[in-house]
Design a protein around this ligand. Structure first.
Ligand code: MG
Length: 202
């Protein structure tokens, strides 16, 4: 199982980090050890002083495929959830400044907690509300219609490079509102008003 992540997929988030709007999807990976076992708390790693939450729609791949065309991509998933692409923003900044890969900042153990999977059903994957609350206050609110590259286009792009297998996950990028988390914070993530993920920060 692999975790494929998309960066800068919402214009308002690219702007808040002073990044350019990408001409094609920005792709990176997290290893399977980035998944946080269900019900485990999230421990802030020692190597960062600026850990950020990034709320994202996560799509579960349910068929094997390679070089999938966008028009057929919807056949490759039926379930979605919300996840947090935890990012050590200080470490990422140093990596970016030095032109280095940013896995240390984004792919560490437990950096990819996900919620309960739900069936997409007949809902439009490009019209889903995402919301993240920190200690009961809304900190991120977005809709998948604002993605720069829609899910099917992402599957086309990703599968040019990587064979997709059953159980692979795609983190599809975060809307604006990313920000720091601290010890004892409680995060709760919603998809279309349904609470799918609760996380305590230690
Ligand atoms: Mg992200």
């Amino acid at each position: 199982m692999k975790i494929i992540c998309i960066g800068r997929n919402y214009a308002d988030h690219a702007k808040e980090l002073n990044n350019d709007i990408p001409a094609e999807p920005v792709i990176f990976l997290k290893p399977d050890t980035a998944l946080l076992p269900k019900k485990n708390p999230f421990f802030i790693p020692d190597f960062t002083n600026d850990l950020h939450h990034e709320l994202e729609l996560v799509v579960r791949i349910n068929r094997i495929g390679k070089s999938i065309e966008e028009r057929f991509a919807s056949r490759y998933y039926t379930q979605v959830t919300v996840g947090i692409d935890f990012t050590a923003r200080d470490v990422q900044k140093a990596c970016k400044e030095n032109g280095l890969p940013w896995e240390k900042a984004k792919a560490f153990d437990g950096s990819a907690p996900i919620g309960e999977w739900v069936d997409l059903g007949d809902r439009d994957i490009q019209n889903l509300n995402l919301e993240l609350k920190k200690n009961g206050q809304t900190v991120q609110l977005g809709n998948t219609r604002d993605m720069l590259f829609g899910v099917n286009r992402l599957i086309e792009e990703v599968s040019k490079y990587f064979t997709l297998k059953i159980g692979d996950m795609i983190f599809t990028g975060t809307p604006a509102g990313v920000g720091p988390v601290q010890r004892n914070d409680e995060l709760e993530a919603f998809l279309s008003d349904q609470s799918l993920l609760k996380l305590r920060i230690k």
